[in-house]
Write a protein of this length. Structure first.
Ligand SMILES: CC(C)(COP(=O)(O)OP(=O)(O)OC[C@H]1O[C@@H](n2cnc3c(N)ncnc32)[C@H](O)[C@@H]1OP(=O)(O)O)[C@@H](O)C(=O)NCCC(=O)NCCS
Length: 188
């Protein structure tokens, strides 16, 4: 639907946000098997190799079909893998969600916020998605801080089971934002 994955990228001051390549597997695998990264993603449990491959495949398909995905975040100068950030499908129930994972050694330097602002701008301005949510555990203060910094507001507090997912009684908070480019009053 959009340009080829090899030539497409988004740019921030420090990063490139780009589609996935098969060579991202080892770097992403290190993240997805790190209990500190997975603490609020999968209750600290590592993803299997199969799930890691399936995630990458899903991002490739999403990019081709919709023009967005959970982008690879790459350092612009060193060209190393910093993490991921972008829009995916929170399934079930199937709404669009923005999310972020940053490698532990880079935490606390504004990386997630910088990448999220860029992914958000692309999703709202270029793709024109009407609305985005972001879901996390209420204890994940770093992720909630990113949500606040990019303008999201809390809409719901409940349990993962409310979205028909397990573990049913895992506490979650849902933040959201409407696309301001679609909802602002027309210019005269
Ligand atoms: C969430 C995550 C992506 C944040 O990455 P990051 O690059 O460190 O984020 P930023 O530096 O842009 O912003 C983090 C903010 O959280 C704040 N923060 C961090 N820990 C905090 C805590 N325990 N309490 C309150 N605020 C906290 C930081 O101070 C910072 O805010 P500030 O810039 O106003 O000081 C990173 O912690 C991560 O990858 N976690 C594991 C994966 C994950 O949980 N992803 C979200 C799944 S829903």
């Amino acid at each position: 639907m959009y340009s080829s994955p090899e030539s497409f990228f988004l740019e921030t001051e420090r990063f490139l946000l780009r589609p996935w390549k098969s060579s991202d597997y080892p770097n992403f695998s290190r993240l997805a098997k790190n209990p500190q990264i997975m603490r609020f993603v999968n209750q600290g449990k590592p993803w299997s190799d199969k799930r890691i491959r399936s995630f990458i495949h899903k991002q490739e398909k999403l990019f081709w079909k919709e023009g967005y995905c959970r982008w690879v975040v790459e350092d612009k100068i060193k060209r190393n893998f910093v993490g991921l950030c972008g829009v995916g499908v929170f399934d079930p129930p199937g709404f669009l969600e923005i999310g972020w994972w940053i490698a532990k050694r880079f935490w606390g330097q504004g990386y997630a916020t910088e990448a999220a602002r860029c992914a958000l701008e692309h999703a709202f301005r270029k793709i024109r998605v009407p609305h985005l949510k972001s879901v996390t555990n209420p204890v994940n203060k770093a992720s909630i801080a990113v949500m606040h910094k990019i303008g999201f507001q809390q809409k719901m507090s409940g349990f993962l089971g409310d979205y028909l997912r397990s573990p049913k009684y895992l506490p979650i908070v849902t933040y959201s934002l409407d696309n301001p480019y679609l909802h602002s009053s027309p210019q005269k």
